[in-house]
Design a protein around this ligand. Structure first.
Ligand code: AMP
Length: 435
């Protein structure tokens, strides 16, 4: 029988990696809470129409990359439906905002999510078919300030703080404005005119995009196409007065707050729903071409696009897989060691060892519970020492003598010293040894 494997583009995360994933998620949650965001969890599949309308039929995501299937009716009362594994989470969050009438609260909704997304892309380092994003959205009625450039600046400042707290040094914030829905048609028309005489000499993707979605030509990475793209009109020259002022205010707030950025005229992002501010944070450690850690922007018309009220918003999605790769490249991720390994000396001590482990693992009198690995009384002493040395900072020996006297034998590996410790002092002793 052939062996079954994880599907191409998906992978298992083993405990040697999930420690870092959990640390990233804990840091993200802590930062979001300080900025007063609340968590939202939306389903991982949605009606296909949500993405077709929200993300845009002509985007690569919708036209090529979605996992879509026909979900057959199981009862007469049900309809057959086209469903899709979510390729991104913003459309789902905005659908939930509309469905739960969150706009009627009159307040700004500040929502974050952490979870898997699915795209049928060609797998490579940093690009998977199931990947995880950490993202956030600020959305609400105009009267709540949702359109204000301060929202953009605050989200960007929060991201700079998050990357700093995650220990990512050397990130670069690239910033642009793609204008309002009314600026865009004029720019696209200019772009089409400028592309006409040259597009025949560009890559096949650009030839297709020039017809279906000319903005995406600006995303092209093919080296031979770059001189043509550099010569195309800049969107900055097509912004109306209001969009220009909005962008200037975002930049001014970042300057005052001390968040560095560079202006990137070509940053239009792949999805149709973006208006005004678009941004990306990139980092070069080990990611090659997949160096975008996160991307986002403002989407003032998205709610209306999927049938909701006017609800301007701004958000981002950060690729967790790429963050992990970046952190692994830039620092030694050490496996977490248990504070102690408890070695019962003989099988008669197994139950007493479990009792001791229980005592140490549970928090008590303000002391947090310790991370404890429990050995086995059938192991010889040498084997216990070898096992303990791999997973813990210290070994605690529990034989008949220790059990009757209440004085345990503890060896702290880093110090190489063996000590006798009264049971009542053991937790404090192990905690001190771990710091
Ligand atoms: P996007 O939704 O395309 O703007 O992507 C936002 C972020 O998600 C990117 O900057 C990446 O870090 C991450 N990302 C997007 N697609 C993938 C993928 N196929 N595999 C891993 N990470 C991805």
């Amino acid at each position: 029988m052939s062996t079954l494997k994880a599907v191409r583009g998906t992978r298992d995360l083993l405990p040697s990696e999930t420690g870092l994933w959990n640390r990233i998620e804990a840091t993200a949650r802590s930062v979001f809470e300080r900025y007063n965001f609340g968590e939202i969890r939306t389903p991982i599949f949605e009606d296909t129409a949500l993405f077709a309308r929200g993300v845009g039929e002509e985007t690569d995501i919708v036209s090529k990359e979605m996992y879509t299937w026909e979900d057959r009716a199981r009862a007469q009362s049900e309809k057959t439906q086209m469903l899709t594994l979510r390729p991104e989470n913003t459309a789902g969050v905005v659908r939930a905002y509309i469905e739960h009438k969150l706009g009627e609260t009159g307040q700004l909704q500040k929502l974050y999510y952490i979870g898997p997304q699915f795209r049928r892309e060609r797998p490579q380092k940093g690009r998977y078919r199931q990947f995880s994003q950490i993202g956030a959205e600020v959305i609400g009625p105009v009267s709540a300030g949702s359109e204000s450039p301060m929202r953009d600046a605050e989200v960007l400042e929060m991201l700079a703080t998050l990357l700093d707290e995650l220990g990512i040094s050397g990130w670069v914030l690239k910033l642009n404005s793609v204008g309002s829905a009314s600026d865009r048609p004029a720019y696209i028309a200019k772009l089409k005119t400028a592309l006409e005489p040259v597009v025949g000499q560009m890559c096949v993707d650009c030839q297709r995009r020039a017809v279906t979605n000319p903005l995406r030509v600006l995303d092209c990475k093919v080296p031979e196409d770059q001189p043509f793209i550099d010569a195309l009109p800049k969107i900055a020259d097509s912004l109306d007065e209001a969009s220009r002022a909005h962008f200037a205010a975002v930049c001014a707030a970042l300057d005052t707050a001390g968040v560095p950025y560079i202006r990137d005229h070509r940053l239009v992002r792949g999805l149709d729903y973006y208006t005004r501010t678009t941004f990306e944070f990139t980092h070069d450690a080990g990611l090659g071409t997949q160096n975008a850690l996160l991307g986002g922007g403002r989407y003032d018309g998205l709610s209306e696009l999927i049938g909701g009220p006017k609800a301007p918003g701004i958000g981002f999605a950060m690729g967790e897989d790429r963050l992990v790769l970046t952190l692994l490249e830039s620092q030694q991720a050490k496996p977490a060691l248990a504070e102690a390994y408890i070695a019962p000396l003989g099988e008669t001590q197994n139950a007493a060892a479990l009792e001791l482990a229980r005592e140490l693992r549970r928090s008590s009198a303000g002391r947090p519970g310790l991370r404890i690995e429990l050995g086995d009384g059938s192991f010889r002493l040498k084997k216990s020492f070898e096992a303990a040395d791999k997973v813990a900072r210290a070994i605690v020996l529990l034989g008949e003598d220790e059990a009757s006297s209440g004085i345990l034998t503890v060896k702290v590996f880093a110090a190489g010293v063996q000590s006798k410790v009264p049971r009542s002092d053991l937790a404090a002793f192990l905690m001190a040894a771990a710091t």
